[in-house]
Design a protein around this ligand. Structure first.
Ligand code: LLP
Length: 421
């Protein structure tokens, strides 16, 4: 459920008409709903009730400071994958002891900044990273709290580009080598092993791969404890999928996911961490865009919008579906028509949807892409010298611009021309 609903034919974000935001900030823009962000976070809290836990929002999904602050105020931890994300979490007011640091390529500089600023744990992904972290921690006279990410060789049955838990993927250490690497870690003076980490992929719409992976983690926990390691924390990653196509998809709910965690790992007396990103932010955001032209091709109609693949890359990059809805519902009795929905960028890949059935729309009309709150703004670029678009946060009947649209001058002046030119 989200808080983007029609009232008398006009699309609202909570109690604010989307058209009013468009009139104020111009199009295109992203708009997020506070109530939806908060609701989704609480669903995970409820799903893990009764177990010691921390929900660490995966900031990569949407790392606007206002979004981080909204979730941080509820007590959320953060999963970061770069020192940029770490510094954003701190800037939004999240304390270091609620931040976990994931990622296959952490540099010594990043490790140093996180250790100095405070960190809950590093999720270490390889032996060389373990050794590098040990050296950094020793140089600071500290010990780094560590989980080791294991690759359980489980197929998450999701899009090829976002599956991460198969043995051919670059993530984690092979589960078959885990005992040897934990023994190595235990001998390093700068490292304190606190648990195990796993993340098998994103947009999972079936719980079976989670169940399989978490079963392997339960077994590994027992083995490592028998080997003498104090395994007290399990970071289970993110990945629970969302319904991108409202008409025909109903992925499992956080409560069902929580039941899998309780069933597979509930008797181990471990603190559970999860790292959901998409489920918290995805359906809490819209991308709102204006129709520039309706163009008739040889055999089809193109809806040319003022947003493009540089603003929302998911359809071009993964072939993803986003529901597209009119901001003002058309009157009754109008038959939907098929449109190819495209942006102004100069490549055919700049296509949001092919032959999508939409109510008749005309130049100047506003449309909204649903489920655009996660992996939307964060993946945007300025390709074709199109400045990044604004982000707006709604709470009840108020809205605020949480990232302003840069001026063309600001974009141009970021470059510099050497004196010899
Ligand atoms: N933890 C780790 C270690 C991850 O790599 C990810 C996502 C998450 C948590 C959060 O997963 P989520 O709950 O959001 O599924 N750009 C792609 C998604 C990439 C996901 C990368 N890792 C997309 O637009 O679909």
């Amino acid at each position: 459920m989200d808080h983007f609903l029609y009232r008398d034919g006009a699309l609202f974000a909570e109690d604010v008409a989307v058209a009013d935001i468009a009139a104020s900030v111009g199009t295109p823009f992203y708009v997020y709903s506070t109530a939806t962000l908060e609701r989704h976070y609480r669903l995970f809290e409820e799903a893990l009730a009764g177990m010691p836990h921390l929900v660490c929002y995966a900031m990569k999904a949407n790392s606007n400071l206002a979004v981080i602050r909204t979730l941080g105020n509820l007590g959320a931890g953060m999963d970061v994958v770069s020192i940029g994300e770490y510094l954003k979490a701190k800037a939004a007011g999240v304390p270091g002891d609620r931040i976990v640091f994931s990622g296959v390529g952490k540099t010594a500089d990043e490790m140093r900044t996180a250790l100095t600023g405070g960190i809950r744990q590093f999720n270490v992904e390889s032996e060389p990273e373990l050794l590098a972290l040990n050296a950094v921690a020793m140089s600071l006279d500290q010990t780094a709290p560590v989980t080791i990410r294991v690759n359980p060789d489980v197929d998450a049955k999701t899009h090829e580009k976002i599956a991460t838990g198969r043995k051919e993927d670059k993530f984690g250490i092979p589960i078959s080598r885990a005992r040897a690497i934990y023994a190595e870690a235990a001998a390093l003076p700068g490292i304190e092993v606190v648990g195990i980490d796993v993340h098998i992929g994103s947009q999972l719409t079936d719980l079976a791969p989670f169940e399989q992976a978490y079963g392997k983690i339960a077994e590994l926990t027992r083995q490592l404890r028998a080997d003498g390691h104090n395994i007290r924390r399990l970071d289970l990653g993110g990945g629970l999928g969302i319904p991108y196509e409202r008409s025909n998809s109903a992925p499992p709910l956080p409560l069902d996911y929580g039941a899998v965690i309780k069933r597979t790992l509930g008797d181990l007396d471990c603190e559970i961490e999860i790292e959901p990103g998409r489920l918290i932010a995805g359906n809490a955001g819209l991308l709102v865009s204006k129709v520039i032209y309706v163009k008739s091709g040889e055999d089809r109609k193109f809806l040319i919008l003022d947003s493009a693949m540089n603003d929302l890359v998911r359809p071009s990059m993964y072939g993803s579906h986003h529901d597209i809805v009119p901001v003002n519902e058309p009157g009754p009795g109008l038959e939907p028509q098929p449109f190819d929905v495209v942006g102004p960028v100069c490549e055919s890949g700049d296509t949001f949807a092919k032959q999508r059935l939409l109510p008749p729309v005309a130049a100047g009309d506003l449309v909204a892409f649903r489920s655009a709150g996660a992996y939307g703004a964060v993946m945007a670029s300025e390709y074709n010298s199109r400045p990044l678009i604004p982000e707006v946060l709604v709470k009840g009947d108020q809205f605020a611009v949480i990232r302003a649209r840069p001026s063309y001058d600001a974009m141009i002046n970021r470059d510099s021309i050497p004196e010899w030119l």
